[in-house]
Structure formats: structure tokens, C-alpha cells
Design a protein around this ligand. Structure first.
Ligand code: ADP
Length: 140
């Protein structure tokens, strides 16, 4: 399997509860390397652009309000098959459906406030990484 990079966000519900370290431990234990990371406060416009693909969904406005309600930690994770591996570590979108031991099973508060974002494909990973990071900020 190829070495890949994926984009990750530790969401406001998790930064508020000081879960950044516990979530990063899950990534590192699974063999993902954090090759870039910064804590930022998104504006609603920035969150809206990031989640543009969901603009027609009923939860879009609530999701954008949530994502700019507190700081987030944006990250680039690197590893063998990093995109699929991260989705596995995250667990299902709804924590009620997330497998035991996954981040969302352990930490998520609801289907909306579900602690982490992770890219779902190589194309989205590339776009999402470029939205938040300059090339020089990625240190493998
Ligand atoms: P994932 O983050 O697992 O890839 P989606 O791409 O389907 O999931 O949704 C993006 C984000 O939108 C979710 O992580 C969650 O924060 C929010 N979301 C998804 N479905 C709902 C819902 N039914 N109600 C509220 N928020 C939702």
C-alpha cells in the first residue's frame, strides 16, 4: 500500500474538552504520523467554503456554526493507506453506529458534534490539505 497523506480536523467539541492529545494518541498508535498541525479559529465563511459540498443538506448552517464555535486543530496525517486508515480510526459519522475503540465511539457527542473530520478520498485530501496548509508547512 502506498504512503498517503490525509487531512484531519479535531473539531470544536473535542478542543473544548481538551481531547487533542487523546485523539492524537489514537492516530500515532495506529501508525499515522502528524506531519503538520495548527490550532485555528475558523470564520463562518471559511467553514462554509470547507463544507460547500453539504450546502444543500438540512444540517449545513448548524454545521458551519458549530465548526466556528471554538478553535479547531487542523492536521495532515501521513502513513500507509492513511485515508482509509484514518476513516477506520474515526469510526462512523454517528457515534451510535461507531465501532468500539474508534474516536467517535469514545469521544463524539452527537452525529453533528462528532469530534473529528477526515478526508474520504485522495482527491478531497489534496484539496482540503491545500485549503489550510502551504507546502512548506508539511514536514514528513
Ligand atoms: P463524515 O464526517 O463522517 O465524512 P459526512 O461527510 O456525511 O460525514 O458529514 C460531514 C459532517 O456533517 C459530519 O461529520 C457531521 O459533523 C455533520 N453531519 C452529518 N450528518 C449530520 C446530521 N444528520 N445532523 C447533523 N450534522 C450532521
Amino acid at each position: 500500500m502506498a504512503l498517503e497523506r490525509t487531512f484531519s480536523i479535531i473539531k470544536p467539541d473535542a478542543t473544548r474538552r481538551n481531547l487533542t492529545g487523546a485523539i492524537n494518541a489514537k492516530f500515532e498508535e495506529a501508525g499515522l504520523r502528524i506531519v503538520a498541525q495548527k490550532r485555528i479559529q475558523m470564520t463562518k465563511a471559511q467553514a462554509g467554503k470547507f463544507y460547500e459540498v453539504h450546502a444543500e443538506r438540512p444540517f449545513y448552517d448548524e454545521l458551519c456554526d458549530f465548526m466556528c464555535s471554538a478553535p479547531v486543530v487542523v492536521q495532515v496525517l501521513e502513513g500507509e493507506g492513511a485515508i482509509a486508515k484514518n476513516r477506520e480510526i474515526m469510526g462512523a459519522t454517528n457515534p451510535a453506529d461507531a465501532a468500539p475503540g474508534t474516536i467517535r465511539a469514545e469521544f463524539a457527542e452527537s452525529v453533528g458534534e462528532n469530534s473529528v473530520h477526515g478526508s474520504d478520498a485522495p482527491e478531497t485530501a489534496a484539496v482540503e490539505i491545500a485549503y489550510f496548509f502551504a507546502g512548506l508547512e508539511l514536514v514528513g
